[in-house]
Design a protein around this ligand. Structure first.
Ligand code: URA
Length: 276
C-alpha cells in the first residue's frame, strides 16, 4: 500500500480551522497527550472471571473544548461581580472594573475585553451573546459577518452605530466560539445588567436565544419570545424589551429575515413613540 503523503502545515492548519481551532491559547504548543494520566494497570483477573474490565482513562485533553479553570471560587466571583457592578457609577468605571476583574476564566483566553460600541446616550440598546473571533481582535462587538448584517438591520430602521448602543452578555470571547457555560454567564450577568441600567435606553433588543433567556428571564425559545413586548426590570424602572433573531442565525436561515423585519418595524414604531 502506498503511504499517504504527510500533510503540509497549511493543510493541517486548514483542518484545525474547520474543527473550530482558530486561536492560539499560548505561545508554546502544549503536548496534551503526554499529560493524560496513564490508566491503572489492570489487576490480574480473579480466577473464574472472564477477564479484567478495561480501565477507561479520561478523554485526551486535546479533544476537549477548553473550559479554563476559574482562578476564583464561583460563589466569590459572582459576589465580587455583583458588588463591583453595583458600585460602578458610570460606564467608564464599569469598563475599568471589568478590565481588572479576574473572576471569569474567559478573560485569560480572550485577547481583550469587548465592552460595547455605539452611543452611550442612545435610546435603543442591542445585546448579543458573546464576542467571536473578529470582535476579540478588534475589541468591539458585532464587527464580523453577523455584525455587518446587524448594521444592515439597524440601517433598515433609519439608524446607525452612532444612534444605538451595542453590547454582549459576555464581554470576553469563549475559546473557539464555544457556548459560554451557565457559570460564566452568571458571573458576567451583573456587569451587563449594570450596563443596561447606566445606558438606561427606552428600548432594549435582545439578539437570539441566549441573551433573551438570560436577560428576560424566560425559558421559552426565540420562536416564541421574538416579536413580543416584554419588560426588562432594572430594579428602579421597567424598560420595554423585545427579542429578535440573532443575525448569525439569520445568516444561516435567511427565510427568517421576513419575521425579523416585522420585529424591526415594531421596534422602530415604539422608538418613534418613545422619543416623540
Ligand atoms: N455574536 C454575538 O453575540 N456578539 C458579537 O459581538 C458577535 C457575534
Amino acid at each position: 500500500m502506498t503511504p499517504e503523503p504527510a500533510p503540509t502545515v497549511s493543510q493541517l492548519l486548514a483542518f484545525y480551522l474547520e474543527a473550530g481551532v482558530d486561536c492560539a491559547l499560548s505561545d508554546e504548543p502544549a503536548d496534551r497527550l503526554s499529560e493524560v494520566e496513564q490508566p491503572a494497570v489492570p489487576k490480574p483477573a480473579a480466577s473464574g472471571s472472564i477477564g479484567p474490565a478495561r480501565a477507561i482513562g479520561p478523554a485526551p485533553a486535546a479533544f476537549v473544548t477548553p473550559v479554563s479553570e476559574p482562578t476564583v471560587a464561583p460563589d466569590a466571583a459572582i459576589a465580587t461581580a455583583r458588588e463591583a457592578a453595583r458600585t460602578a457609577g458610570s460606564l467608564e468605571t464599569l469598563r475599568d472594573m471589568l478590565e481588572k476583574f479576574d473572576g471569569c476564566a474567559l478573560k485569560s483566553t480572550a485577547t481583550r475585553l469587548v465592552f460595547a460600541d455605539g452611543n452611550p446616550k442612545a435610546r435603543i440598546m442591542f445585546v448579543g451573546e458573546a464576542p467571536g473571533r473578529d470582535e476579540d481582535i478588534e475589541g468591539l462587538p458585532f464587527v464580523g459577518r453577523s455584525g455587518k448584517l446587524l448594521d444592515r438591520m439597524i440601517a433598515s430602521i433609519g439608524l446607525n452605530r452612532s444612534k444605538v448602543y451595542i453590547a454582549n452578555v459576555i464581554p470576553w470571547r469563549p475559546p473557539g466560539n464555544r457556548t459560554p457555560t451557565p457559570l460564566e454567564t452568571q458571573i458576567c450577568l451583573p456587569f451587563i445588567q449594570r450596563q443596561i441600567e447606566l445606558v438606561d435606553p427606552d428600548i432594549l433588543v435582545t439578539l437570539g436565544n441566549p441573551s433573551t433567556q438570560t436577560l428576560l428571564s424566560t425559558r421559552e425559545g426565540i420562536m416564541k419570545t421574538r416579536g413580543r413586548w416584554l419588560n426588562y426590570d432594572t430594579g428602579t424602572r421597567a424598560i420595554r424589551a423585545m427579542a429578535t433573531f440573532h443575525p448569525a442565525y439569520l445568516l444561516r436561515s435567511p427565510a427568517y429575515k421576513r419575521l425579523s423585519w416585522q420585529d424591526l418595524r415594531a421596534i422602530a414604531k415604539a422608538l418613534a413613540l418613545a422619543t416623540s
